[in-house]
Write a protein that binds this ligand. Structure first.
Ligand code: ADP
Ligand code: MG
Length: 606
């Protein structure tokens, strides 16, 4: 039996290694192609490859910004323009070095990106896309109308780059520089997404509330991604200016911004390598169509724009996720990944002594319009106990949960955790103090593995940020985070599902994944919102056993439940809510016979 398991694990390891090898082989082939291309291709196609590399940099920023983080920008071409014009001005008007030009471009870009990001406050809703459109239009007209920037003629005579005493003035030399930059950016982005910061970024789009509940500062992270995408565009502009040796406004027209978005979507907006695919396909297509279409229609015109639009419609209809998933299928492993190897344990919080005052809810109110969802509710909890919060549907249990965890602000009253007021704190600050929760409506990243989902829970136990992740300086910590996640998953009994997509599990098990994620935060207080809903009897019993075991280890648990039978044999004390108010509090056997509780549950039937 054990031998069989071991050989199974070994087989999984082997086939995973094969898959890893295959994905390395694809990367190797891509790099081999990049190295061979300038020797094989004509001058014309080398130049096209340069444009593809430049577009890849911009598109990669959009993949991270739009595809992964869910933020829309129509203004990337304007950041390219800022990078290009900055170095144009520095090198032609002030005879400065191109490196000074790069610095100026990056500084100007950072200034604008942070400004736009802060003005559109949390980069939410339509404000960001609209303000990037406004920004794109004003930059285009500023370039075209400013005397000092040469108006619509632009700036001529930009010098070539010179690196280590070597002048980069042929297409093939520019090729080397452009593709080194693009490749470095691609690898950095790949590293970023496969890290603590990357998990947080991937949660931004659909799971921001969950992310905040585990200590992630989503507003700051959005700003960082927006800044990063803008800097990539600006870098592309700097390379472009020194490659072409002149700049003019036409290249930074608003429709270029839309073209970059097309590239991101065609490639597969949520995949790093999709940036190369999208940039290649659109750049080549545009070139061929520009040649072909006027011949076809026997008159000149920008027909490629029309054909592009039609192709986009077709693509969105048939392959919503772009072309990258089609390529990815060629080298994806169908075998589960092996469990992460043992790694250094993460630091844990000092435990509390049993019986210490833990949570105090003091006359808390919450109204939704005229409805008092929580009305002058008070109760206290000591460390080491399981407190059940029960009540019929609509009693206000989840609302109270959201007040305690900072997802909703309270309208009145006080909430204290370990003696400190927490009712005015954002949820990520409450998480820092040692509260971790599950959600009644499962709040997992469905496409991500169970392991990665649970690792998000341990976010606050790591410190490495985006830059460390891009440079792969986070590997020790990352191993520890993944090992911790694997241990918590084993603890809740889902060890066999580490590498399954979280969304592929039955709903009941997804709730258990939520518990593992909360445990990965090493909390002092665990808040569970209807964890037994959707579980079968056997699974309920296993869950109850798990919660008892956690309590025996000293964990304090606030358990919201609808199911009376589940809580009765499990909890130490009960608080019963109805219509936002506390109607009873006591030991389970006292509550069972309480007439007010029976009335609330049975709706007053005699
Ligand atoms: P429970 O979790 O006990 O079933 P809830 O806390 O979810 O109850 O809901 C309590 C009451 O508040 C219900 O009447 C519900 O309809 C209402 N409610 C909950 N959330 C909102 C909201 N965001 N806006 C308006 N009403 C809400
Ligand atoms: Mg509820």
């Amino acid at each position: 039996m054990i031998a069989a398991l071991r050989s199974h694990a070994a087989a999984a390891l082997r086939s995973h290694a094969v898959a890893a090898l295959r994905s390395h082989a694809v990367l190797g082939l891509f790099i081999a192609f990049l190295i061979a291309a300038p020797f094989l291709l004509s001058e014309f196609y080398v130049t096209l490859m340069n444009y593809i590399g430049l577009a890849t940099l911009v598109t990669l920023g959009l993949v991270l910004l739009t595809g992964v983080a869910g933020l829309m920008s129509f203004g990337q071409q304007a950041f390219v323009g800022v990078g290009a014009y900055a170095t144009g001005v520095v090198t032609t008007l002030y005879s400065g070095s191109p490196w000074l030009g790069l610095l100026a471009g990056m500084a100007a870009t950072a200034f604008v990106a942070l400004g736009l990001g802060l003005i559109t406050v949390r980069l939410s809703g339509h404000y960001l896309p609209l303000s990037t459109i406004a920004w794109g239009i004003s930059v285009y007209f500023a370039f075209g109308n400013l005397e000092v920037l040469g108006r619509y003629n632009g700036l001529q005579g930009i010098p070539p780059l010179s690196i280590l005493g070597r002048t980069v003035d042929t297409g093939r030399e520019s090729y080397v520089l452009i593709w080194l930059a693009a490749l470095a950016a691609l690898l950095a982005a790949r590293n970023l997404l496969d890290s603590r910061a990357g998990r947080a970024i991937r949660a931004l789009r659909f799971r921001a509330t969950m992310a905040e509940s585990f200590g992630i500062d989503t507003a700051r992270l959005k700003l960082i991604i927006f800044l990063y995408a803008a800097l990539l565009a600006s870098l592309s502009g700097w390379l472009y200016a020194h490659f072409l040796r002149f700049v003019s406004p036409g290249a930074f027209n608003v429709n270029m911004g839309i073209e970059y978005l097309f590239m991101a979507v065609v490639g597969g907006a949520s995949q790093v390598w999709g940036a190369v695919i999208g940039a290649s396909i659109l750049t080549l297509l545009k070139e061929w169509l520009k040649d072909l279409l006027p011949k076809l229609f026997e008159q000149s015109g920008n027909y490629e724009v029309i054909v592009f639009g039609l192709l986009m419609l077709m693509l969105l209809h048939h392959a919503r996720d772009g072309l990258m998933p089609v390529f990815a299928r060629l080298f994806r492993s169908r075998q589960p990944a092996p469990p992460p190897p043992a790694a250094a344990a993460l630091a844990r919080r000092p435990r509390l002594a049993p019986g210490e005052a833990l949570l105090e809810v003091d006359a808390v109110h919450k109204n939704f319009g005229g409805l008092a969802a929580v009305n002058a509710l008070s109760f206290a909890m000591r460390s080491g106990e399981i407190l059940g919060l029960i009540g019929p549907n609509g009693a206000g249990k989840s609302t109270l949960f959201n007040l305690v965890t900072g997802v909703l602000p309270a309208d009145g009253g006080a909430i204290r955790f370990l003696g400190e007021r927490i009712d005015a704190l954002p949820s990520r600050r409450i998480a820092q103090r040692g509260l971790a929760r599950s959600f009644q409506h499962v709040n997992l990243m469905g496409a991500m593995s169970v392991l990665e989902n649970v690792a998000i829970g341990a976010h606050l136990r790591g410190t490495k940020g985006s830059v460390a992740a891009m440079l792969r300086l986070d590997r020790d910590e990352e191993r520890s985070l993944r090992y911790e996640a694997a241990q918590q998953i084993a603890r809740v009994g889902l060890g066999a599902h580490l590498s399954d997509a979280a969304g592929s599990l039955p709903l009941g098990q997804q709730r258990v994944v939520e518990i593992a994620r909360a445990l990965a935060a090493d909390p002092l207080l665990l808040l569970l919102d209807e964890p037994a809903a959707g579980l079968r009897l056997q699974e309920k019993q296993a869950l109850a056993a798990l919660l008892r075991r956690l309590r025996d280890e000293g964990m304090s648990i606030l358990l919201v439940e609808h199911d009376m039978d589940f809580v009765m044999g499990l909890v130490d004390r009960l608080v019963v809510m109805d219509f936002g108010e506390k109607i009873a509090e006591g030991l389970p056997r006292e509550i069972q016979g309480n007439p007010a509780v029976i009335e609330a549950y049975l709706g007053g039937i005699e």
